[in-house]
Design a protein around this ligand. Sequence first.
Ligand code: PEP
Ligand code: MG
Length: 569
Amino acid sequence: MKRLKGIPVSTGVAIGYAKIIEREKLHIERKFILKNLVKSELQRFKEDVDFVVKEIEHLISNYSYSQENEEILTAQKMILRDPEFSKRVTTLISDELNSLENAISTYFTEIVDIFNNMDNEFFSQRLSDFEDVAYRLLSHTLKKRKNLLKKLNENSILIMENITPSFVTRVFEKKIQGLCTEKGSKNSHSSIIARSMNLPMLVSTMELLENIEENQQVIVDGNNGEIIISPTKSILVRYEKILKQEKIEKEKLQELIDVESKTLDNRKIKLMSNIEIPEEIDQVLKYRSEGIGLFRTEFLFIDCDELPTEEEQYKIYIEIAEKCNPEPVIIRTIDVGGDKFSRILNIAHEENPNLGWRGIRISLENISIFRQQIRAILRANVKGNVKIMFPMVSCVEEIIQAKKIIEECNKDLKKEKVKYVEDIEIGAMIEIPSAVITSDILAEECDFLSIGTNDLVQYILAVDRDNESISEYYKPCHPSVIRSIKLTVDNAHKKGIEVAICGEMASEKIFVKLLVGLGIDEFSVSPGRLLMVKNEIINCDMKNAEMLVDEVLKINTYEEIYQLLVNLG
Ligand code: PEP
Ligand code: MG
């Protein structure tokens, strides 16, 4: 038996069998092509290399935690951009009529042979770079990556080095028991999505891959941040009991499905859902969510080869709007950038992606893509239950500009005689300190505000939400964060509009009462967390919650605030 520590992303216990997802063996057939296919094979070569280069750039900017790691990735990029590589593969295709896979494989085999014949440590290190990059490119070219999930089943605990947001969305359809990764951080988008699946999960589990073997029995303890590999009989029995108890508690929560979300003294607090992919709508309906408070539409733009058209987007939005009707659906416009990378939106490599091209900045620079999305959202508002929300707003000018585009789209749709409800509510996400400080100004231009604490904590405390090595600095109940929430709520209420909270803080049990006391009108959380949050809301009264806020506002340190909330919880 082995026990390894990790950072818990999602609570609960899972027992299952390790399914390690890593490289598959690639089988390259010696295939040749007809002369008339040379042009298309060369085009495919260019596209595949561009794809993998972009992917590597993304890894460099988001997942390279050490200098060494970055150097390896940079070297791989250089290998792919080496003119000799391009020249040789082109010759192999054009003159010798090799298929693309055959040509790439031949080139790398030649290089590996040359390096193998050099008895030199420097070259043997470079050799692994070549092998790695060959694998990356060939697995893409062979479209092998899509099959990685095949081996997962209902007893699986997914084990990976790291997991990307686009990959985790694909895991969604597999009913696995839990996840554990060697890298990753608690507040990355992959973790948020995994949490929404309500699966016990650990990230940043040291030396995971060298200590685990395929099909070994494992226990993921998301409550204590531990994975137990090949547990002893007595440990297994203990965890089976915990699992049973968790099941009973979950079932008890089910009894709250039809209970209204309001405090003991009857203050109505709306309880809505965050979704990332349309498939989550079933969970939203199952838990009788009062609508969708955040639909992260960027996932339509991340895991695809072409931009979704207006029509494609419209079909998705209208289906969700109809299924939720009469409850509201808040559609957030694309928020790529940061750790959400979209190769089709062509974002160049950035030194500081979280401070770069993100959210509404990208939309306002890519007006035609923005207009398509706005038109699709407006058209989906046939029953009047759709709202638009903008991410990463840093100043009121952005809202004014966006509203102008909405107006223009409205005019065009009118001319085209499209039927929909023209009056649409508009909201801004409060995620950046400048938006908090000017929330009174933003409130004048908006119909609602929604606080995105995942980013707000990142930007207020200057701590990268995706960097596991500084995760101890990521403090959602830091006095500065609590004051920011209070200022935003007070400013919005003075202007007569409501404030939602849609960051992960809203679904952490210990924060619910505090947020209620701060005056939050609406909680938007992963569907799987709805009942837990409801249980907290219906068991608190406003007077008590406001007294808690008064007490917390008098405390100067994060540690003391945190301890107070933990003790109360
Ligand atoms: C947030 O930042 O809190 C939020 C809800 O948006 P995202 O996690 O998608 O950045
Ligand atoms: Mg955000």
